[in-house]
Design a protein around this ligand. Structure first.
Ligand SMILES: [Zn+2]
Length: 309
């Protein structure tokens, strides 16, 4: 009897196993059949439709894209190559800094130049005053260190006149005063400021050359011509760096004219953009709208003293 029950149990187990196996296989076969049915729905006509849709996707214009990327990389390389290493921008605390704007100098004034020629004797009195009152002569190389300088003053001369060499440079040597010349490349000619003069003044360490563009155009007026704008800003910077071997950090907008496009382009190549007036600058103001104090032939010493603060 016991033997019979054992055989019956085995038979039941076998039956359950066979039934489970059948159900499992049957389900899988159904899935396969369904998949085959779906595949059969992709007709040759449908395949053509799908291919057409794929082709209709906008394909990139590889030629122009490559050109743009290449140009971009070249510009980035230039910026990287000339990126100042020791002048990394840092946040500055509020500090007034007189940034004086001159042009040139002579005892006699050529006609019709609206006081651009400051008398050398007057400029000397101004240097004497700054020296006696413990001002420190700075350039834009010192900008991010201005918070650590008690009484900084930045003296700038625009355009690049030969009198910067014949009249001003001897006084700089006498007073050990540093100035910045914003040079327009078109000013370099045998009858005006020469490359030799620039090299000599640069070598003295008393004159830092920065950019005033190639040809002194109104940058606002040419701002819609991106190639021209880039050339005026980038070529002048690279040429001055080539002559002086020093980083050009600042651009003085010719006639102080700029707009948003000019400002954005200036940011690509320079750390600073300078206006031509508006008075005392403060280190918390916009670096691309740096203010200057105009000093000309008609500025009396007493006024000068008030202007520098
Ligand atoms: Zn100018």
């Amino acid at each position: 009897m016991k033997k019979f029950v054992k055989i019956l149990n085995l038979c039941l187990c076998y039956a359950v196993f066979v039934a489970a196996l059948f159900i499992f296989l049957n389900l899988n076969i159904s899935a396969d059949i369904e998949m085959i049915q779906n595949l059969s729905e992709i007709t040759p006509e449908l395949l053509i439709e799908i291919e057409k849709e794929f082709e209709a996707e906008p394909q990139p214009d590889y030629e122009s894209e490559k050109t743009i990327i290449k140009k971009h990389q070249t510009e980035k390389k230039i910026i990287k190559k000339f990126k100042p290493i020791i002048y990394e921008p840092t946040d500055l605390k509020s500090k007034n800094v007189p940034i004086l704007m001159y042009h040139t100098s002579s005892e006699k004034e050529p006609a019709g130049l609206r006081g651009l020629y400051v008398k050398p004797s007057e400029f000397e009195k101004q240097l004497q005053y700054l020296t006696d009152n413990n001002f420190t002569f700075c350039t834009f190389d010192d900008y991010y260190n201005l918070n650590n300088i008690e009484k900084p003053v930045i003296i700038t001369f625009d355009d690049g006149y030969k009198e910067n060499y014949t009249e001003i440079y001897p006084l700089l040597k006498k007073y050990r005063a540093k100035i910045t010349i914003f040079l327009a490349l078109s000013s370099i000619r045998p009858s005006n400021i020469t490359q030799n003069m620039i090299v000599e003044m640069n070598k003295s360490g008393l004159v830092k050359f920065e950019s005033h563009t190639n040809t002194h155009p109104s940058l606002s007026a040419i701002s819609s011509n991106n190639a021209r704008l880039t050339d005026e800003l980038l070529n002048s910077k690279l040429k001055i760096e080539e002559i002086t071997g020093r980083k050009v950090l600042a651009l003085a907008y010719p006639n102080g004219e700029f707009n948003e496009a000019v400002k954005q382009k200036t940011k690509e190549f320079y750390l600073f953009g300078l206006r031509k007036d508006l008075g005392m600058h403060n280190t918390i103001y916009d670096n691309y709208e740096i203010r200057r104090i105009r000093i000309d032939r008609n500025t009396p010493l007493e006024t000068f003293k008030k202007l520098v603060g």
